[in-house]
Ligand binder design. Structure first.
Ligand code: FAD
Length: 469
């Protein structure tokens, strides 16, 4: 009886425990991807990026003589139908750690098992399974540095080679056509622009890692905070869709460290943050959509409002913030330093709820990850575990002077006022909906709020919150 591999956020053949286990059974393997409610719920950029990833992944399977079977509907119904059609005796998949994914997978596992089908989940999304990292007194970590001290010396084991013997079933079940799914539709004209910034597929992710290690890792520690420099790995986009495993990145960085690369340690500890986010979300599912800290539900953040709309459109009048927001809209990416500044400005200077920002990031990021996004927002907002101290209110102007001293980043994304704006800045106006009524030759907007006033207002509110508990 064949084994069905249910692919989700793990679009790769290498270091794929579920696929390797299926191949090792020597039974026919049927790779499937299901367009279920979790795919339906994706933001426009993530859905578009997933669509491009699926196309390449299906090609990679085809090169091995295999296929990717596509079906749309409710995961459990689809799997039951596929089991019925193919006579499969097992369904394997790689674990995810977000609450919606866990709920779905538990239901699938219980129902398939009850029907006599082997339903088995495998590790692979993170370096270390969340329940294997415990504090000395037992239980999960909520502060990063001890979490990091716990994992930094551990060995996640060698990355698995991609199996070279994926057995083909005697008959393939029918597949839907990817182009009928309209994965890029909500991206509108933005998709064409973002395509120039995406690096898609397993081979491209491996090459990206190699290039990063060889050309940029040595300077990573110093350069990673400068948004105008291409100094980070860019791998979050590939990690988000599982085109590369965290473990293979980890092992490559360890090797670089052994060879004397001085940037490797910092890079490894950043990769550790990704595991930490999954760890937190697995142990505290409320991280996804509720204030992680008790007592924060009464914090007087504003719900969605006109200022937040200006923030979304990159029209706050704060150049560093606007450059960040436009970078994201145009490329599907935003530099980490810029994410912190844009998020701080929304939650503190504009006193708007982090939910509002989290949702917009989920709509616009090609590397959208439920755990890293929620952890990032709650960290900046102050409501999360290991959060930034409340008095740390990023001043976008000071930050710009420090991290964008020559204005390269701001000029790259803000066309207004420039005699000869670069294509990146102009492409923003091609990507946005016409209904926003913006054009490159308008005047750059006045700031929504005076920075000192905004800071004082936020500080006052946060001080009261912190004395409340
Ligand atoms: P590198 O600097 O090359 O780092 C290597 C890898 O380490 C990254 O690919 C990523 O997997 C991991 N990493 C680095 N920093 C972090 C971090 N702070 N948290 C978690 N993992 C980290 N990252 C996402 O992948 N998806 C998101 O949806 C997301 N939303 C964020 C929202 C906010 C408000 C903030 C402040 C951060 C968010 N991040 C998110 C984390 C971080 O900004 C990105 O992972 C990083 O910018 C990716 O660029 P890179 O791959 O070049 O990173």
């Amino acid at each position: 009886a064949p084994v069905i591999i249910w692919f989700r956020r793990d679009l790769r053949l290498g270091d794929h425990a579920a696929l390797s286990a299926a191949a090792a059974t020597r039974r026919p393997v049927i790779p499937v991807f299901l367009h279920d409610e979790t795919v339906e719920a994706l933001g426009a950029a993530a859905k578009w990026r997933l669509g491009t990833g699926l196309r390449l992944f299906a090609e990679a399977l085809a090169k091995r003589g295999s296929r990717l079977v596509l079906r749309r509907g409710r995961a459990l119904d689809l799997l039951k139908a596929l089991v019925g059609e193919t006579g499969a005796g097992a369904v394997y998949w790689s674990r995810v750690y977000d609450p919606a994914g866990i709920t779905r997978d538990k239901e699938v596992k219980a129902a398939l098992t009850a029907g006599g089908i082997e339903a088995k989940s495998f590790p692979g999304a993170v370096l270390f399974e969340p329940w294997t990292v415990e504090t000395q007194s037992g239980g999960p970590y909520s502060v990063y540095s001890p979490f990091w001290r716990n994992i930094r010396g551990r060995d996640p084991g060698p990355a698995l080679d991609s199996p070279n013997n994926i057995k083909i079933p005697s008959q393939w079940p029918e597949s839907e056509d990817l182009s009928d799914w309209g994965m890029g539709e909500a991206m509108n004209r933005g998709a064409a622009v973002a395509a120039g910034h995406a690096v898609v597929g397993e081979g491209a992710a491996q090459a990206r890692l190699e290039r990063f290690v060889e050309e940029r890792m040595t300077d990573y520690r110093e350069a990673r905070d400068i948004p105008a420099r291409d100094a980070t790995s860019g791998l979050s986009e590939n990690l988000a869709w599982g085109e590369i495993s965290a473990r293979s990145i980890w092992q490559r960085a360890i090797r670089a460290r052994e060879e004397g690369n001085t940037g490797a340690d910092k890079f490894l500890s950043e990769l550790g943050w990704r595991d930490f986010a999954c760890h937190l979300m697995y142990h505290h599912p409320k991280l996804a959509d509720e204030n992680w800290r008790d007592g924060w539900d009464s914090f007087p953040w504003r719900e969605d409002n006109d200022d937040a709309e200006r923030w979304r459109r990159g029209m706050t009048g704060e150049p560093f913030v606007d450059a960040a927001m436009r970078e994201m809209y145009v490329t599907g990416r935003m530099h980490n330093r810029a994410r912190m500044i844009a998020a701080s400005y929304l939650t503190k200077h504009l006193m708007t709820h982090w939910h509002v920002g989290l949702r917009w990031f989920a709509e616009c990021l090609t590397d959208w990850d439920p755990a890293s996004n929620a952890m990032g927002w709650q960290w900046v907002a102050g409501s999360g575990p290991d959060a930034a101290p409340y008095f740390r209110i990023f001043n976008p102007d000071t930050q710009a002077k420090k991290f964008d001293p020559r204005e390269d980043y701001r000029r790259a994304f803000i066309a207004e006022g420039q005699a000869d704006p670069p294509d990146t800045a102009l492409s923003y106006f091609d990507a946005i909906p016409r209904s926003w009524g913006l054009s490159a030759d308008q005047n750059y907007p006045e700031p929504i709020v005076d920075l000192a006033e905004g800071r004082a207002r936020a500080l006052d509110t946060y001080e009261r919150q912190s004395s409340n508990g």
